[in-house]
Design a protein around this ligand. Structure first.
Ligand code: HEC
Ligand code: HEC
Length: 388
């Protein structure tokens, strides 16, 4: 992977920077794990897979400041903003990461400080680890070096990847949950969208899950500002203006598009509609331990759930009719009579060949002379053969 041109500060500490997590302002009492007043817990709708570690995230916005949302896709945070992300395994914290916005000189190395802190075994504090570390505290968890932080975090203008209009557009489950609407109501955005605006990943539930997954897990490298842009010009990040799944840059730069680096996958195309098994992108997502693996850093285990969501989407999977195009029908698995299934073209599409007599029984109790007519009528399949 190309790293030489990546902007990064030296791994060594700078003058006066906190060497202990207890000095960063996250906790008012680190021993009792009391979070400091003003530090707000939040979660992105679509998370980055980190080999099954549990993660918690907080933002500290300086009092009286607003987030610059003049570009709704690329928020910029006021000087003094801090973001924290904690990694835990089995209920024990192992690492906490910190991003600080220090200045606006235009030089990312000067403007943003990124620090990983590794927790002590007694959990009384955590120490800055600028060089990163492997297999910390007897776990498989690797801590990236300060230089590696920048490989991903250069991917957005404000250097923050998961606190955005898209990642916070959802219905809240409690009045204090940080959502886009909450930020608008609290007056925290410099250019707020009209109240009630939401920009979630587009499409029905199955489509949005796949697009949101790619946005969160791949888009920081695979987008215009990202590390992979010079190599691939493939977009795996969503914009708030993309409301139609078929019109997204993700769709346009993957389906039927040849791999630019075919030497790294056994298939010629990035994605083949209905054929995840012949898609280079799926191949690279399911690979670990070689230079073909995607993402190339910060993971050693395949995310089976995320891979499943993207695979299902490529294969035309649907969890409701809203996942399918208007000329399609979300056909449930045979015998299920409802629920998740596959988008199938419906309407007047039964050709002479398909119109042979081969009766099937629909979930409505009616016999159709063949399966094509059943799909055309948008009725789930109960079983092959006529109804009793
Ligand atoms: C493999 C790419 C990658 C690397 C390496 C990485 N991050 Fe991140 N980080 C992300 C993504 C993507 C998010 C947003 C999604 C999430 O939080 O699950 C994120 C979120 C964060 C957040 C919460 C604020 C935000 O940007 O959403 C902090 C704080 C953070 N990272 C700090 C660090 C630090 C410090 C390092 C280096 C020690 C680091 N990260 C290395 C990809 C990465
Ligand atoms: C840390 C940055 C980074 C992240 C995160 C990342 N990639 Fe990549 N990706 C690269 C780089 C760099 C290349 C070009 C070199 C290569 O082919 O290995 C690349 C190449 C690819 C290619 C080959 C494209 C082509 O046309 O040849 C595919 C497909 C791909 N990535 C898919 C993904 C997917 C899917 C994800 C998320 C699950 C992802 N990547 C996450 C950096 C990244």
């Amino acid at each position: 992977m190309r790293t030489s041109e990546t902007a990064h500060p030296g791994a060594s500490p700078r003058t006066n920077e906190p060497l202990l997590l207890s000095q960063t302002g996250l906790y008012s009492n680190i021993i009792t794990k009391q979070i400091a007043p003003g530090v707000l817990l939040y979660a992105p709708t679509h998370a980055l897979w980190s080999d099954a570690a549990d993660k918690r995230r907080w933002i500290l916005l300086p009092p009286g400041t607003k987030i610059d949302t003049s570009d709704m896709d690329h928020w910029r945070f006021p000087i003094g903003t801090k973001f924290f992300k904690e990694f835990a395994l089995g209920g024990h914290p192992i690492e906490t990461r910190l991003i600080e916005h220090l200045a606006d000189t235009g030089d990312a190395e000067v403007d943003y400080r990124m620090t990983p802190f590794i927790w002590r075994k007694d959990e009384m504090d955590a120490d800055a680890a600028f060089e990163g570390a492997s297999d910390v505290l007897g776990t498989d968890h690797d801590v990236p070096s300060r230089n590696d932080c920048f490989k991903c975090h250069i991917g957005d203008t404000g250097k923050v990847l998961g606190f955005s209009a898209l990642q916070l557009s959802r219905m809240s489950s409690s009045p204090s949950e940080i959502t886009l609407s909450w930020l608008v109501a609290q007056g925290k955005l410099s250019a707020p969208p009209p109240p009630g605006s939401n920009f979630p990943a587009p499409g029905g539930p199955a489509t949005a899950a796949a697009l949101g997954y790619l946005h969160a897990n791949c888009g920081h490298c695979h987008s215009e500002n990202g590390l992979a842009w010079p190599d691939t010009q493939m977009v795996l990040r969503l914009s708030v203006s993309e409301r139609d799944p078929l019109g997204t840059q993700i769709h346009k730069t993957t389906f039927g598009v040849p791999l630019q680096r075919p030497q790294n996958a056994p298939y010629p195309l990035r994605l083949v509609s209905r054929h995840a098994d012949q898609s280079g992108l799926i191949y690279r997502m399911s690979t670990r331990g070689t230079h073909e693996q995607m993402p190339p850093i910060a993971t050693e285990k395949v995310d089976t759930q995320g891979l499943g969501a993207v695979t299902a989407w490529v294969n035309g999977g649907c969890s409701s009719q809203s996942d399918c195009n208007s000329n399609e029908y979300c056909d449930p698995a045979p015998g299920a009579c409802g629920g998740a299934g596959t988008c199938k073209q419906s309407g007047n599409v039964c050709t002479a060949a398909a119109a042979q007599f081969d009766p099937v029984c629909g979930c409505n109790g009616r016999t159709y002379s063949n399966d094509c007519f059943r799909i055309g009528a948008r009725v789930p399949l109960k079983h092959r053969g006529p109804c009793p």
